[in-house]
Design a protein around this ligand. Structure first.
Ligand code: NAD
Length: 354
C-alpha cells in the first residue's frame, strides 16, 4: 500500500520523537512491503518563526490532503508573549477544526512492566487499568466566544444535539469493540449543555441495546479514576472535561511519555499524536521518551490504514523492548538499562517482526 503522511515535527522534543516514529514506520514499510511518503508541515512555534503564523493555510492544506497526520508536539516559553490568536497552541486548535476531527481517543492502559511507576497503590493497580476516554474535540467552551470587557471575562460553552450525537455514536461504537460498557460523563446537576448531553446519550442508547450505558458527574469521575479505575471501559465526554480527565488518566498509568492518541472525524484521515507537550526542559538532550509517538504511529496504521498486523507488530516490539529492561529516563528504575531517545527508537525498530 502507498500512504501519504503529513509530518508535523513541531517544537521542543517534537523533532526528536517524530524522527524515531518515522524510523519505526520505515521498518514496517520495509518488512510489510508498503510505501510511506512523508510531507513535512510547519506548525507551532517553528511556524511562527518561519511564517509569522502558527499554521499557515498552505500547511493546513497539506494535512487535509494527506492520508493522515503524525504530530510531535508544539509550544515553548519562547512564544509565551505572542498575541493569544498567534500562540503555537492556536495552530493545534486550527488543525483539529480544519481536519474536522471531532473525536479524540486516548487509551489509559498500564503496561504490566511499568506497574510500579503508577502513583496508585499496588492493590488498585492490580485490579487493572485499561480504559479509553473518547473526548469531543472541536466544540464546547474551547471553541465558543471568548471575550474580556470592562473587567469581565466570558467564555461560551455551547453544544448542539448534532454535535453530541456524533461523538456519542463514537462512544457507543468504541464500547461495542470492547467490554460494551459506556460511561457518559457530564455535569447535568449544574449545566444546561450537560442536561442536553445526557438526554441525547440516553436517546442513542436505545439504538445500542448491547451496550450498558451509565452516567457519572465529572467531579465524581475525577475521584473514581483514582479510587477504582478498573470500573471503567469507555468514557465519553465533552471537550474540557475530557481534556482534564484524560490527563488524570494518563498520570495513573505511570508515564506521560508512553501514551498515544488518535483524533478522527467523518473520514479515515486522522491526527495522531502523543498526549504530552513539547517538554522544553529536556529538548535537544536525547532524553525524551518516543514511545507515545511510536504508539501513535501504530494507531494510525490500525485506525486509518487498516493495517492491523503492522500495528500489532509495533506494539509487540514496544513490549519486547520493555521486557528486555530498557528504559528512558522518565521511567527509569533500579536494575534497568538507561537508553536515550535515539537508542529507544533503534531498538524498537529492530524488534519489529513480520
Ligand atoms: P509537557 O507535557 O511538555 O511536559 C511535562 C513534563 O513531562 C516535563 O517535565 C517533561 O520533561 C515531561 N515529559 C513530557 N513528555 C515527555 C517525554 N516524551 N519523555 C520524557 N519526559 C516527558 O507539558 P508542559 O511542560 O506543561 O508544556 C510544555 C509546552 O508544551 C507548553 O508550551 C505547552 O503549551 C505545550 N503543550 C503542547 C501540547 C501539544 O503539542 N499537543 C500538549 C500539551 C502541552
Amino acid at each position: 500500500m502507498i500512504k501519504n503522511i503529513a509530518v508535523i515535527r513541531g517544537d521542543g522534543i517534537g523533532p526528536e520523537i517524530v524522527e524515531q516514529a518515522l524510523r519505526v514506520l520505515d521498518r514496517v514499510a520495509e518488512l510489510y512491503g508498503h510505501t510511506f511518503n512523508y510531507t513535512d508541515v510547519d506548525m507551532g512555534g517553528c511556524a511562527i518563526d518561519k511564517h509569522g503564523d502558527p499554521l499557515p493555510p498552505s500547511e493546513l492544506q497539506k494535512c487535509v490532503e494527506s492520508d493522515s497526520v503524525l504530530l510531535g508536539a508544539v509550544g515553548g516559553n519562547k512564544w509565551n508573549d505572542v498575541p493569544a490568536t498567534m500562540r503555537p497552541e492556536k495552530g493545534l486548535l486550527r488543525l483539529r477544526a480544519g481536519m474536522g476531527v471531532y473525536s479524540n481517543n486516548r487509551p489509559a492502559k498500564i503496561w504490566p512492566q511499568l506497574a510500579d511507576a503508577s502513583p496508585l497503590k499496588g492493590e488498585i493497580v492490580e485490579r487493572g487499568i485499561d480504559f479509553i476516554i473518547v473526548r469531543e474535540l472541536i466544540g464546547g467552551i474551547y471553541f465558543g466566544e471568548h471575550k474580556t470587557e470592562n473587567g469581565v471575562a466570558t467564555d461560551v460553552l455551547r453544544y448542539s444535539e448534532a454535535e453530541i450525537e456524533r461523538i456519542g455514536r463514537i462512544g457507543f461504537e468504541t464500547a461495542q469493540k470492547r467490554s460494551r460498557r459506556l460511561c457518559s460523563v457530564e455535569k447535568s446537576n449544574v449545566l444546561d449543555s450537560s442536561r442536553l448531553w445526557k438526554k441525547v446519550m440516553h436517546r442513542l442508547a436505545e439504538e445500542y441495546p448491547d451496550v450498558e450505558l451509565s452516567d457519572m458527574l465529572v467531579d465524581n469521575c475525577a475521584m473514581q479514576i483514582v479510587k477504582d479505575p478498573s470500573q471503567f471501559d469507555v468514557i465519553v465526554t465533552e471537550n474540557m472535561f475530557g481534556d482534564i480527565l484524560s490527563d488524570e488518566a494518563s498520570m495513573i498509568t505511570g508515564s506521560i511519555g508512553m501514551i498515544p492518541s488518535s483524533s478522527l472525524g467523518a473520514t479515515t484521515c486522522g491526527l495522531y499524536e502523543p498526549i504530552h507537550g513539547s517538554a522544553p526542559d529536556i529538548a535537544g538532550q536525547d532524553k525524551a521518551n518516543p514511545v507515545g509517538t511510536i504508539l501513535s504511529a501504530a494507531m494510525m496504521l490500525r485506525f486509518s490504514f487498516d493495517m492491523k498486523d503492522e500495528a500489532d507488530a509495533i506494539e509487540r516490539a514496544v513490549s519486547d523492548y520493555l521486557d528486555a529492561g530498557y528504559r528512558t529516563a522518565d521511567i527509569m528504575s533500579e536494575g534497568k538499562t538507561l537508553v536515550g531517545c535515539t537508542e529507544c527508537g533503534r531498538i524498537i525498530a529492530e524488534n519489529i517482526k513480520v
